[in-house]
Design a protein around this ligand. Structure first.
Ligand code: B12
Length: 167
């Protein structure tokens, strides 16, 4: 986890790039196979649960997968709903994992608009939801406008936010 933390920082500083992050994540996944029994036995505690998906209409998942790997590498359980995820799917997952943080990814200006309706539906159906958004076309202004809780241009900023707000 410390290693993935450093990978996240270097990626953010443009010192390493997507292929190196993917290689690091593969190494981490290999190690996780051996460590998983300890997580399942409750011997190791996760910091929280993190639900992520690329929003409805959008099939881009490289960025979302990087975010998932870095968040998982930093000690969170990650529930990855995949791509083309509807508001109903986010709401169902939030119900299954109470207290989890939800993250939405979008790479298209057209599907970015779907974030607004998903945030609205989640806030209505699951009061107290905390929603983070990101993806190349997304901005802090947009985040404020649609009343999501947090925006970061990169996974490292997100990890800092998660760690600062982890209960
Ligand atoms: C790869 C790619 C594809 C692949 C996707 C493969 C896959 N499995 O993901 C394929 C070929 C399938 C594809 C399809 C399309 N694409 Co495309 N694609 C790209 C491309 C080249 C790279 C995207 C990428 O993976 N970047 C690398 C990752 C690591 O970066 P990232 O996703 O931005 O993620 C980072 C951050 O944004 C952030 N982040 C991401 N999500 C989140 C979430 C949270 C919560 C947080 C905090 C942070 C965060 O962290 C990540 C790491 O730093 C871009 C161009 C570009 N240079 O960006 C176009 C691009 C996104 N595509 C584009 C388009 C138009 C399309 C198509 C509509 C093309 C077509 N006419 O069919 C289709 C749409 C299909 C669909 N319905 O989704 C346009 C979008 C234009 C726009 N403004 O809307 C782009 C910008 C290309 C262009 N210049 O025109 N695409």
């Amino acid at each position: 986890m410390n290693g993935m933390g450093k990978v996240g920082v270097k990626f953010c500083e443009n010192k390493i790039f997507v292929p190196q992050v993917l290689m690091s994540a593969k190494a981490m996944s290999a190690a996780m196979l051996h460590l998983k029994p300890f997580f399942l036995s409750g011997e190791a505690k996760r910091k929280g649960t993190f639900i992520i998906g690329t929003v409805q209409g959008d099939l881009h998942d490289i960025g979302k997968n990087l975010v998932s790997m870095i968040v998982e590498g930093n000690g969170y359980e990650v529930i990855d709903l995949g791509t083309d995820v509807t508001a109903e799917q986010f709401i169902r997952a939030s119900g299954e994992y109470p207290g989890s943080i939800v993250a939405l990814s979008a790479l298209l200006t057209t599907t970015m608009a779907n974030m607004e309706s998903i945030v609205k539906a989640l806030k209505e159906q699951v009061p107290g939801s905390r929603i983070c958004i990101g993806g190349a076309p997304v901005t802090k202004d947009f985040c404020d406008r649609i009343q999501a809780d947090f925006y970061s241009p990169d996974p490292q900023g997100l990890v800092k936010y998660l760690n600062a707000t982890a209960s």
